[in-house]
Design a protein around this ligand. Sequence first.
Ligand code: DPP
Ligand code: ZN
Length: 846
Amino acid sequence: PHAVHLSDYAPYPFVIDGVELTFRLDPGRTRVISRIAFSPNPDGPGHSALQLDGERLKLIWARIDGAPVEPRITPEGLTCDVPTGSFVWEAEVEVDPAANTALEGLYMSNGMYCTQCEAQGFRRITYYPDRPDVMARFEVTIESDAPVRLSNGNPQEPDAQGRARWSDPWPKPAYLFALVAGNLTARSASFTTRSGREVALNVYVRPGDEDRCDYALDALIRSMRWDEEVYGREYDLDVFNIVAVDDFNMGAMENKGLNIFNSKYVLASPQTATDRDYEMIEGIIAHEYFHNWTGNRITCRDWFQLCLKEGLTVFRDQQFTGDMRSAPVKRIEDVLQLRARQFREDAGPLSHPVRPESYIEINNFYTATVYEKGAEVIGMLRRLVGAEAYDKALALYFDRHDGQACTIEDWLKVFEDATGRDLTQFKRWYTQSGTPHLRVLESWEDGTYSLHLQQQTPPTPGQPEKAPQVIPVAVGLLDPGGREVVPTRLLELTQAEQSFSFEGLSDRPVPSLLRGFSAPVVIERASTAQERALLLAHDTDPFNRWEAGRALAKELLVDMISNGTDPGDDYPGALGKVIEDEGLDPAFRALTLALPSEDDIAQTLKTAGITPDPMAVHEALNRLAVACARHLRAPLAALHDALAPNGPYTPDAEAAGRRSLRGAALGLLTRIDDGSRAEAQFAQADNMTEELGALTALLRAGKGHEQLAQFERKWSQDRLVMDKWFSVQVMLAAPREACEIADRLTAHPAFDWKNPNRFRAVLGGLAANHAGFHAPGGAAYALAADWLIRLDPVNPQTTARMSTMFETWRRYDADRQDMMRAALERLAAAPGVSRDTGEMVGRMLG
Ligand code: DPP
Ligand code: ZN
């Protein structure tokens, strides 16, 4: 397999004046007839042969301007000589949706036809220039008995033979094509845009699921309104359709006018979905909707520019959730995710720039770095230029580039033109990989406090040397009594080392650094527990208040692990003040009460030069949790009682926040009581948040086996809830039992391993159980590798994605490294290993 390089970009020789597609749907033999009008591209290289992408297609016939042709066919596509000037290409191909287990292109899920074309699935549907800079208008005809037949754009009257017809007036790249046909039922609503367009909204699901669509529909309406109000973006078709599919590799897909979703991000009822599920549904519905402008109307020139649409759209959905719920709570959750996924990626062999420069399989670059770090880069840009200038730049972006396929250079130029700022150095955030470390030294003299900042980014694959980046550091200062004496000020660090002074202070201040997590960096600063406690109690910046508590916990855990110290009373005491502060948002208190993850502690130890022992990390976290529970028993019990449900379930942020604090209290209490409190909650729960919360509290404490069996009996017919059942028991198993439980579950009759959600529930659950995955003996590594080897020929994309469970292999001791390397080598040597998995394993082995 060969690598594709950003530097090799060349425009396509042709433009497309129109595409007509006719589908004759049949499970084993679907016929696709295409008619594509080509003209020479005035910006292209001049006359050349026609090259079209195509994979796993059976060509039945092809014609140019009506005359039969015989193109040269390879496994990747075809080449055909064409006349100079304009011409029409027509072809008929046959595909086999029923045999398509990779879930790319046209495939079947529970008897329903659906498609996934991003990034390069369209080439499995017909011969076409499958690249995002070729944009065209599509007309689609669907022949099928299915009661519901959908494609992009606006519905047309059926044709004389009763075939469904769709017309999309907006030129789009092939990756945004979609088709759905099947026995589906819809929940509908309508939305009037601010210029008066009536839009029909439909959420299509399998019959029986229609009572679980209301929240998705409501989130869609709120997203449409928000994008009008905040970004001035209106919807541009007469219909907006969403379809829920059970078999889906990703979360969802923003196809023009026809979004296709993994059903777990659409379907929700209080009985079956947790608060977390509701929040994810809201965020993903918004994300895909927002792509209509950031991704669809303005798309990417090539796949190296993926962050152009993803970073910006993630940033937009984060803003939306912050507006709908609590902005500080959302920020904390996003930073938790960023550290858990992106910092982890950046610290290992898969580290790559937000805009990568080469790939073998583009599906492997739908990563935390492109998405989450990509969003952080936008957030930094907004902070640096200010909210008003950001709005001005975005207006210019939409105005200047509507209908185009763009690059990061285009994006930055818009900001330069709108603000007059030179962004040459800022661009390094897109080209340089790795997480910068920020060392902080301080001095204090004659009422002047100085911060000396040094930046340094560790080497990453292919990038041994790093240049200084533009790092926005938001800083406030507190006096020793906890009063804010300098409100937030934005320091712009542009050099390797730089100093900043604050004059006229009467006492040496305590700095609150990197407020709101103003840049995705790691801070290195010698700090005292007293300072942390002061910030936890008094900082005006909610993010840093939380961060101070987190830092306290991490330092304590590192000390407990390396020096065998006791947890002591200081940390639980500081937590107590926060959880009892009725003036604080319950969701914020819940986040403060949560301990860092084992994976996070392992990474923290590694950064400090200590090889993490997963069993010791697990044991220390348990000890700290028990110490907190003992110290806070009375207030936790009071919280759990006081926050008991006082009415029917509602999914709003306020009610969810109360439940999350109640759940955090229960989790700690169940570690030290006989389990009766959690058992009672489990028995009484009328919603999934409380039911699953009680079950997980019990499992984490090594209890709850009877409840687990009850849960299975109650929910055996519900596929999404059963995914939870499969995952929690593996994820929360005791370290030495996790592998055996996972192994046993793979033999369960409901373990449908070809369904990505179910596969992830068990094998992803095992990888998420840090101590269980790394338990002595390496049995979990072997089990995971066995299953990845089995899945790879069936579904390369999901296999490659899940192989990242091994990305941290160099973190651990020699024994574990040997076993993990052996698992990776076994994967690499599997006969016919896919391009997807081959690339990932190759990069991980380095
Ligand atoms: N473009 C999709 C999304 O991120 C992923 N295929 O929404
Ligand atoms: Zn996206």
